[in-house]
Design a protein around this ligand. Structure first.
Ligand SMILES: *Cc1c(COP(=O)(O)O)cnc(C)c1O
Length: 320
């Protein structure tokens, strides 16, 4: 039996996520009001944007009669972790195709995923790059039978549609009273969905001055801008209320945190009275700090930071 959260309860949850003021001296000096939307708290098992990205994927899988889910990720992946938890609590079987050979000591993320019932299928880094190949599909089908496939990071149409609910919820919560919404961007499919959702939720939106700003956590972020346009296109949306900011990756994706960032992280956490994850949200907050220093926002601005969760990933960095 597959048992999923109904859509009305999903929407109700998204409407009730706390917006918490961050008493940040730097922001106060600059006359900017900073609020954090605590999507890390939206669910006990699936945190942050992965809760949104998986919701319609799970429904699509169930509606098409699948019993089994399959997706891709690295050894510390928040997406793999969320998928394993979602499968466990909804009654799906699931398979995680994991980048790299199986190591003798599995990461905390993979240990949890495996004990939640996920089957781990390791592929070499070279094969992982070819993860969309027909050969891999064929051998996975022979090994595991039929499955509903979700791309790495949950970045498909269903994932983007799920994240529009996050944007709509914010615009209804703040009713136009904000300057910018800030979010960390990996594939930037959440940024795309949130920007669309904000536009759907606010008929009076002035897209010239109210933006959703994505902070890329990637060192080489390639063509992320056109990815955003494509993600929106795939859900029949096109908005110009988003911006992508690069340069605050602090050494690259999931790399060891430089000392200045580690120090910033613990200070920010103490100030805001919450925890950040070391791959995404800490870099968004660092980017926001740098923009505040540069007087990017005029006095009187009100900015909303989205906490996209991912705290389970702290363990891979020796943070608890
Ligand atoms: C996956 C993840 C992101 C990135 O989401 P994208 O849609 O790929 O941009 C951001 N923050 C956290 C905590 C994540 O786990």
């Amino acid at each position: 039996m597959i048992n999923l959260l109904p859509e009305d309860e999903f929407l109700e949850r998204t409407a009730n996520v706390a917006l918490q003021r961050v008493p940040w001296d730097l922001a106060k000096q600059k006359g900017v009001d900073v609020l954090m939307r605590r999507d890390d708290l939206i669910d006990t098992h699936l945190s942050g944007n992965k809760f949104y990205k998986l919701f319609y994927n799970l429904h699509a899988a169930k509606d098409s009669g699948y019993q089994q889910l399959l997706s891709f990720g690295g050894a510390h992946s928040n997406h793999i972790y969320a998928l394993a938890m979602a499968a466990k609590f909804s009654g799906f079987k699931c398979i995680g195709v994991i980048r790299g050979e199986r190591s003798r000591q599995l990461s905390a993320t993979l240990l949890d995923a495996e004990s939640a019932g996920m089957k781990l299928h390791f592929v070499s880094r070279t094969d992982y790059r070819e993860k969309n190949s027909q050969e891999l599909r064929g051998s996975l089908n022979r090994l595991y039978g039929d499955f509903f496939e979700i791309p790495e990071g949950g970045a498909n149409n269903y994932g983007v549609i799920g994240t529009t609910a996050l944007g709509t919820a914010i615009s209804q919560q703040v009713k136009g009273d904000y300057t910018s919404i800030c979010i960390a961007a990996g594939t930037a499919s959440t940024l795309a969905g949130v920007a669309s959702g904000v536009a759907m939720g606010d008929q009076n939106l002035n897209t010239d001055d109210k933006k959703v700003i994505g902070f890329s956590v990637l060192k080489g972020d390639g063509d992320l801008g056109s990815d955003i346009i494509n993600h929106q296109h795939a859900i029949n949306s096109k908005t110009n209320n988003w911006r992508l900011i690069s340069g605050y990756h602090c050494g690259g994706y999931a790399k060891k945190l430089p000392n200045y960032l580690r120090q910033f992280m613990s200070e920010f956490e103490a100030t805001a009275n919450l925890q950040l994850d070391p791959v995404y949200t800490v870099k968004m907050c660092w980017g926001v700090a740098q923009l505040l220093v540069q007087n990017y926002w005029p006095r009187g601005s009100k900015i909303i930071l989205i906490h996209t969760g991912g705290l389970q990933g702290r363990r891979g960095f020796g943070l608890f």
